[in-house]
Design a protein around this ligand. Structure first.
Ligand SMILES: [Zn+2]
Length: 305
């Protein structure tokens, strides 16, 4: 296999809007393309979405969590020569609203065939999804260390939570007219059959990851995050035993490229085998202060300690 070329970061900044508070001016869409794999990361703050664009079939959008994503994505597709494409496959690693909240807006702009984890079928039929508690969610704040603060992304995530997905007391929201198909462990991604679907419960009951063995690339959703350049098995779980089994499965993969749901991508050898455990992420006020400072300065992070 050819050696990988490094990610090429590109920042697109929009002009400040004078009617908004200062921090909300810092709108930075991060676009990183991993050319040899054919995957591009679109990120606003801690919210990652991925476009798989050289699989031969329809482009695949993984985790379209923000309603504003369509406005970011469609011009990018033009840049990649995908301007004539009329259909995309929108696939979610799980149905937390920050991973599917952008689906309705995407469907409004382009013919997007929606694919959700099989377990979500029961949520759509009325079963209440389990979701991590607020104190568990708070444990993943270090994922924001090495990324720029993006108030626009944060507000967009709040908007998305009102239209699709779950994460709060209201349970699963989903527009009545929006049709979805379902993915199970052992399936392949629609439009990108070289990508395997792996069930990875623990963070939530419906969690899945997507694995490309040829390039050793793992799209891990929220099962594995990253902090300070290291993979980090999520401490944010609804089921610790399931999460431990998932961690064992993902550590056994020879991952060279980790593309997490939150945090920056990690490249190297045995990326998940060497991942920090759930309790090994940065802790304490000193870490918090240094991380917050780096985030507000534009995403220059710190290493895990
Ligand atoms: Zn999640």
């Amino acid at each position: 296999m050819r050696p990988m070329r490094p990610m090429r970061p590109m920042r697109l900044r929009r002009a400040p809007r004078p009617d908004r508070p200062r921090l909300l001016h810092e709108v930075a869409l991060i676009v990183e393309t991993l050319e040899d794999i054919g995957v591009t990361r679109l990120s606003r703050g801690i919210f990652n979405c991925y476009l798989i664009h050289n699989a031969g079939g329809d482009p695949v959008v993984v985790d379209p969590g923000l309603p504003g994503l369509a406005g970011d994505l469609l011009p990018l597709m033009e840049e990649f020569g995908l301007g004539g494409v009329t259909t995309v496959a929108a696939c979610a690693t799980h149905a937390h609203s920050d991973h599917v909240g952008g689906v309705p807006a995407l469907v409004d702009r382009i013919d997007a065939k929606v694919h959700l984890p099989e377990r979500v079928r029961s949520f759509l039929e009325g079963a209440k999804p389990r979701t991590p508690r607020v104190r568990d969610i708070a444990r993943i704040w270090p994922t924001s260390f090495d990324q720029p603060f993006d108030g626009h992304g944060l507000l967009d995530a709040v908007r998305g939570a009102r239209v699709a997905g779950y994460g709060g007391p209201a349970g699963m929201r989903w527009p009545d007219a929006l049709e979805a198909a379902f993915l199970a462990d052992g399936d392949h991604l629609p439009g990108a059959p070289e990508w395997d679907v792996l069930a990875t419960p623990g963070h939530t009951d419906d969690s899945m990851a997507f694995w490309h063995a040829g390039t050793r690339t793992l799209l891990s959703g929220d099962a594995v995050l990253s902090v300070g350049g290291r993979a980090w098995i999520t401490p944010e779980t609804v089921d610790d035993a399931a999460s431990a089994r998932t961690a064992e499965r993902l550590r056994s993969l020879d991952v060279a490229h980790l593309l997490p749901g939150h945090g920056r991508p990690v490249h190297g050898d045995e990326v998940t085998a060497r991942a920090l455990g759930p309790l090994q992420g940065p802790r304490g006020f000193g870490s918090f202060a240094r991380g917050l400072l780096g985030c507000l300065r534009g995403g220059r992070g710190q290493s895990a300690d």
